[in-house]
Ligand binder design. Sequence first.
Ligand SMILES: *Cc1c(COP(=O)(O)O)cnc(C)c1O
Length: 364
Amino acid sequence: MTGGQPGLPVRDDLKDLHPYGAPQLDVPVRLNNNENPYPPSERLRKAVGEAVAAVAGTLNRYPDRDAVDLRKDLADYLGHGLTAAQVWAANGSNEIIQQLLQAFGGPGRSALGFEPSYSMHPLISLVTGTGWIAGSRDRDYGMSTAAGQVRALAPDVVFITSPNNPTGTAVPLAVVEEVYQAAPAMVIVDEAYAEFARPGTPSALTLLPGRPRLVVTRTMSKAFAMAGARVGYLAASADVTDVLLSVRLPYHLSAVTQAVARTALAHAAEPLASVATLRAERDSLVAWLRGHGLSVAGSDANFVLFGVFGDRDAVWQGLLDRGVLIRNTGPAGWLRVTVGTAEETAAFRAALAQVLGLGTGGAR
Ligand SMILES: *Cc1c(COP(=O)(O)O)cnc(C)c1O
């Protein structure tokens, strides 16, 4: 589609760009997008329907441009003494990241991330004209050299994904602090998977006081089981949200989105109850994979990175042929599988055992 499109005067720096590529295939077991596999409960569905019906009669009007009520609800959900003025919301955390790069990146500026990490950070950097610097991680995906890289390269924006996608690794707060001290400008901690972290993994939200250049991004797409509603948000100093008010498109967050998000937050206990189930399922999946001699990165998220395969494409295709879609991503030879329901994860194990010719009597 892009890249080769003849004749169109596309920006030079976008000529080789391809659309975000996760295939959306209609197969029985979809474990490729790190979604929460549990759909909203009957009760939540009903409440969402009522909330949407209530705003339907006002759709001739623009929504609250500043989404004040939603930001208040999000601040209450986050805790840590945060206020609505320190919270900002948008259509997914991807839009949050785009707004941050529009404000703090852009032409002549650079953003640094520690790879392997979330592929949208470099992509949104490129689209906003921000130079991307691919930093590196330790062999075990740790970040012991992160602050040194930041000091040497002095980027305008630093991304720390914790827990990291696709490795699942959480980053110790000491590293975030060190990076913040080394960074001349903004530090963004992408905590899309924070709710799935193992107990004792603190959030970078605790570091916000006294650090005006620190931003923590979150999403309702993962633990909250609301990927279809497109709601992401951030917490930072009120000065950061003030800046974002000037780059966001007016009325960027629809009245329907705001109503759905507020309803989901009012029922937060329901989707969040699935988090404990998914964590337990994750830990048993990690044990099963290791029990079969595979390498597995320690995971604080709702997915597991495993390998190492000489031909990972063949393994990915073999699973797909058996109705199980996972993600062909990460370092060479590795694959990423999202933790699904017990039934979906069992289907994945059975399919993988067939593809790899593993004994199925192994540890569960
Ligand atoms: C899934 C994911 C997001 C979420 O994006 P949304 O736009 O909120 O759906 C953000 N960051 C990371 C690292 C992710 O894996």
